[in-house]
Design a protein around this ligand. Structure first.
Ligand SMILES: *[C@@H]1O[C@H](CO)[C@@H](O)[C@H](O)[C@H]1NC(C)=O
Ligand SMILES: *[C@@H]1O[C@H](CO)[C@@H](O)[C@H](O)[C@H]1NC(C)=O
Ligand SMILES: *[C@@H]1O[C@H](CO)[C@@H](O)[C@H](O)[C@H]1NC(C)=O
Ligand SMILES: *[C@@H]1O[C@H](CO)[C@@H](O)[C@H](O)[C@H]1NC(C)=O
Ligand SMILES: *[C@@H]1O[C@H](CO)[C@@H](O)[C@H](O)[C@H]1NC(C)=O
Ligand SMILES: *[C@@H]1O[C@H](CO)[C@@H](O)[C@H](O)[C@H]1NC(C)=O
Length: 510
């Protein structure tokens, strides 16, 4: 990143304002040829940036060009609104997105001290299928809660990713954008060294991706399709691209963390549920927008998707057995709104749309929990066979929330073998092993992780195609939260390796 200092502008010169038009040339700066966005103002005049250099805005011509802060020019003449999101209204000029200036809002004035401006992100060529990229977070502006952690022994020597015969992934916590793991430089550094895959535990789910206001505006304008926003995942995508780390897309279609208004007329909280054909169109639109955005700006980064999450249920009264694979109808007493609006077909429709819009080498996964419970293993196997018959699925994702003594590890192992026998890849997607609460809990936990990784290694050797193992979270007592007491992770609260780390490494290197 480049920075410009205006200190010299402030201290340097006592200007004689001979030229009203291009006053800044006198001070050693060009006048702005197009930008009218006020980034700094002093006694000399209003300043903006062009070509990574300060320029003076000719008097009387400034306007509020919000788009420049996001790395896009403001529109000089076009007023056709082609896209609208929470940043503002977008149009296109010279084959690139531009922001339509909000003429009525006052211009931004930056306090008159030394100031720095992050150089503009490179602008991207306009593609009518994808919206403009949202602004990246400037990590220098974030207080890193891990700043004082000494991670030196985790960024040299052993690396899980290098030692493992499958991808090694880690879950990225964060309940909103501001508590996202990728905003910590320290955590990022550690992850880039130890892992080659990440999964957002929350921030890629529908409740974060759907822009309610923009969707409602769409409906008002007669276009009853949702609008997506990408601000919660942009920093993670950027991190992955820069560090050659893959991201597991998680998840396209799930019954929770998907707002109820998404299923309702005009995206209103009190609207009636839309019919199956309308919901199918919305599902297609959602999947299409998600995949096209990511594949356009970050090609190859997300090469595997959890297309449908947890669509199989075995609790009595909460599933439809007529399908042969126990389709979930309810959860926690509430309705599965995908099932309610589209019927059991929702799962197949989701996979068809994902296949339609995914790049050729992108893998499609069905992901679920308690996959080792025999009733569930059987039901999921039946679903996989049906999906496989249409070439819609490439793998089964086993979340794998395990206890010290449950499930029986042989049941776990044979479930994996059973799925594998259907001819699909196996991915361990959310591995978490709880402690046993004893005085020796962390050493015991290390043994449990070691045994489970031994199972993965043995299975892999025997021909089971385990392609990735993701541990779901980086550290105990996640530092972006004040009171987290999780103790299932490989690193402790200070980002020091726990016994678990060394136990896993021992298996991987054996
Ligand atoms: C981190 O994310 C995982 C996955 O969603 C979740 O199980 C866990 O509770 C989260 N931890 C915290 C402290 O939010
Ligand atoms: C839904 O709520 C909005 C205000 O929140 C109201 O204007 C509208 O009439 C309501 N619609 C129905 C169908 O109740
Ligand atoms: C579904 O609802 C839409 C309006 O949202 C309507 O145009 C369409 O005819 C309905 N389809 C069926 C099969 O009822
Ligand atoms: C569902 O009900 C049947 C009896 O109707 C019982 O045998 C079975 O254990 C129940 N399953 C669960 C998961 O509760
Ligand atoms: C396992 O899956 C990977 C990724 O799809 C594939 O490249 C590889 O050929 C598969 N291996 C086996 C043994 O099927
Ligand atoms: C953490 O603190 C929040 C309030 O800051 C509280 O709502 C939550 O219950 C606490 N969680 C735990 C596990 O203590």
């Amino acid at each position: 990143m480049k920075y410009l200092s205006v200190l010299s502008v402030i201290c340097g010169v006592i200007a004689t304002k001979a030229y009203a038009e291009c006053w800044s040339e006198k001070l050693g700066y060009p006048c702005c040829s197009y930008s009218k966005n006020v980034l700094f103002e002093d006694n000399d005049g209003q300043w903006s940036v062009e070509n990574d250099n300060w320029c003076g805005i000719p008097k009387g011509t400034s306007s509020n060009c919000w788009a420049e802060k996001l790395g896009y020019p403001c529109c000089s003449s076009s007023k056709d609104v082609l896209f609208e999101d929470s940043d503002g209204q977008w149009s296109v000029e010279n084959d690139n997105w531009c922001g339509i200036p909000k003429s009525s809002t006052p211009s931004t004035t930056i306090t008159k001290t030394t100031t720095t401006i992050t150089s503009k992100a490179p602008t991207s060529t306009y593609n009518p299928n994808v919206p403009p990229k949202p602004a990246l977070t400037n990590l220098d502006s974030i207080r890193d809660p891990a700043a004082n952690c000494d991670i030196s022994d985790s960024i040299k020597g052993d690396s899980l990713a290098k030692a493992a015969p499958f991808r090694m992934g880690v879950g990225l916590n964060g309940s909103d954008k501001s508590s996202s793991t990728v905003l910590s430089k320290k955590m990022c550094q550690l992850i880039a060294y130890q892992f080659n895959s990440v999964t957002y535990s929350n921030l890629m789910k529908a409740e974060h991706m759907l822009d309610k206001t923009a969707s409602q505006n769409n409906a008002k304008n007669g276009n009853d399709m949702p609008v997506l926003k990408f601000d919660t995942i942009i920093d993670g995508l950027e991190f992955c691209q820069k560090n050659n780390v893959k991201m597991r897309g998680h998840t396209l279609v799930w019954h929770t963390q998907t707002p109820s208004w998404f299923f309702r007329t005009n995206f209103q909280d009190n609207g009636s549920f839309v019919n199956a054909s309308k919901m199918e169109k919305r599902m297609e639109s959602y999947i299409k927008q998600m995949l096209e955005f990511i594949q356009y700006y970050y090609p190859g980064v997300v090469d595997v998707w959890d297309v449908v999450n947890e669509a199989v249920e075995i609790t009595n009264g909460s599933y439809d057995s007529s399908t042969g694979w126990n389709t979930r109808t309810k959860f926690d007493g509430g309705d599965n709104l995908w099932y309610k609006t589209m019927g059991a077909d929702y799962v197949f429709k989701a996979f068809r749309f994902a296949r339609k819009y995914a790049d050729k080498n992108v893998k499609l996964i069905y992901n679920d929990y308690n996959t080792f419970m025999s009733q569930k293993t059987n039901a999921i196997s039946n679903l996989i066979k049906k999906l496989k018959a249409e070439n819609l699925v490439d793998g089964v994702g086993l979340q794998s929330y395990l206890n010290a003594d449950w499930p029986n590890r042989n049941d776990y192992k044979s479930a994996i073998q059973k799925f594998s026998s259907l001819g699909v890849e196996i991915q361990i997607t959310e591995l978490t092993i709880k402690t046993d609460g004893s005085g020796n809990k962390f050493n015991n936990q290390a043994t449990h992780y070691q045994q489970v990784f031994q199972i993965y290694k043995d299975l892999k050797k025997s021909g089971v195609n385990i392609t990735s193992v993701t541990v779901f979270g980086l550290q105990d007592g996640y530092l972006f939260y004040s009171n987290d007491s999780t103790d299932t992770r490989l690193w402790d609260h200070n980002l020091k390796k726990k016994p678990v780390y060394n136990a896993i490494m021992k298996v991987l290197k054996s």
